[in-house]
Design a protein around this ligand. Structure first.
Ligand code: UFG
Length: 340
């Protein structure tokens, strides 16, 4: 049985990936420093799987701790999620982002290399594409200059991985570029749990619907899109998690076609903010309090994925409908509020 280290494994994406890996026959070591999440999702994962999981409470900025972890467990592949992710905060405090996000990744690769773990998967983002007219974006689309330090750390980490793969014999890397991950596990035992006021659309919607927030602001309805609101590619969190299983399997089974590969993880379908709001209302049979607000700085007008490469090479495809996904997000919010 192969063992996968999931750094940041107690967070939103990491917890869903842990579930899918175990259900696909992998062993998982979860590592997290709980700096940006509590135990809710980790406990939820153990409940879904009905078993205890090895948990290493470490900060990957501590290189000695990273080294100890790899010395303690025999790791076949590592998926690196551990990072700060608030775009606005990264603009206000870039050193926090460059310090944490780059150093932790350098330490993970260093420790992996030292202990003979040759498979490294990095969680990247569609943010690396920036604003572009050529849609959908393919993995070959040129990356645009990052619009925030957070986005820049994603680009730099991709480059770090590419350079290490090139320089160090035997190291393989995959970067998965996520579009907009949303929704929750069908069990409603794990999901997105933002701290403070949510910066992202779907948690803001569910918190408004439950009464935690008064009113959703739709940032701009004067974009050059069919209904004037921005277009995004919303990918279900369980579908997204399964793409990781496919990518890890490709690495550990030595099926990669190059030592460093990049895949878009999206649905390939653009959805507008307004469409998402009305679908949420319809599928959950409720009315959302919303208003049109000015545009938000740094939002791109539209971005969605060309998924052909991920579909053919990973043998992976998004399967859940937007309706199912938005129902799962609402079920999770209700469970959190103790209403279900
Ligand atoms: N939006 C609203 N109201 C809100 C929140 C968002 O109208 O309260 C709109 C945004 O303007 C955007 C869409 O909903 O058009 C999606 O916004 P999100 O914040 O949910 O997602 P983004 O596309 O902005 O964010 C994604 C990733 C980030 C990444 C960012 C780069 O989630 O990790 O792209 O800009 F950094």
């Amino acid at each position: 049985m192969k063992t996968v280290l999931v750094s940041g494994g107690a967070g939103y994406i990491g917890s869903h990936v842990t579930v899918e890996l175990i259900q696909s026959g992998y062993d998982v070591v979860v590592a997290d420093n709980f700096s940006n999440c509590d135990r809710t999702c980790f406990n939820g994962v153990e409940k879904i799987l009905d078993r205890k999981l090895p948990l290493e409470e470490i900060d990957f900025c501590d290189s000695k701790a990273a080294d100890r972890l790899f010395a303690t467990h025999k790791i076949d592949a590592v998926i690196h999620f551990a990072a700060f992710k608030a775009v606005g905060e990264s603009v206000a405090d870039p050193l926090k982002y460059y310090g944490n996000n780059l150093e932790s990744f350098v330490n993970v690769i260093g420790a992996a290399r030292k202990h003979g773990c040759s498979n490294i998967l990095f969680s990247s983002s569609a943010t690396v594409y920036g604003e572009t007219d050529k849609l959908p974006v393919t993995e070959q689309s040129e990356r645009q200059p990052a619009t925030s330090p957070y986005g820049n750390t994603k680009q730099i980490c991709e480059d770090i991985l590419r350079d290490c793969v090139k320089a160090y014999e035997g190291i393989h890397g995959i970067a998965l570029r996520y579009f907009n991950p949303i929704g929750a596990h069908p069990s409603a035992l794990i999901g997105e749990l933002p701290r403070g006021v949510p910066a992202n659309l779907v948690p803001y919607i569910t918190q408004t619907a439950i009464g935690k927030r008064e009113c959703l602001s739709i940032f701009g309805n004067d974009y050059p899109t069919p209904d004037g609101t921005c277009l995004r590619d919303y990918i279900d969190i369980v579908d997204l998690a399964r793409a990781h299983v496919a990518a890890v399997t490709r690495m550990v089974d030595s099926k990669m076609k190059a030592d460093y590969e990049i895949f878009n993880v999206g649905t390939g379908k653009p959805v507008s903010v307004m469409e998402l709001v009305t679908t949420f209302e319809k599928v959950n049979n409720l009315k959302l309090n919303y208003r049109i607000a000015p545009r938000r700085a740094v939002d791109v007008t539209a971005i969605w994925a060309d998924t052909a490469v991920a579909n053919s090479e990973l043998g992976w495809k998004a399967t859940r409908t937007l309706e199912e996904t938005l129902a799962s997000a609402w079920a999770w919010e209700k469970r959190l509020a103790g209403k279900e």
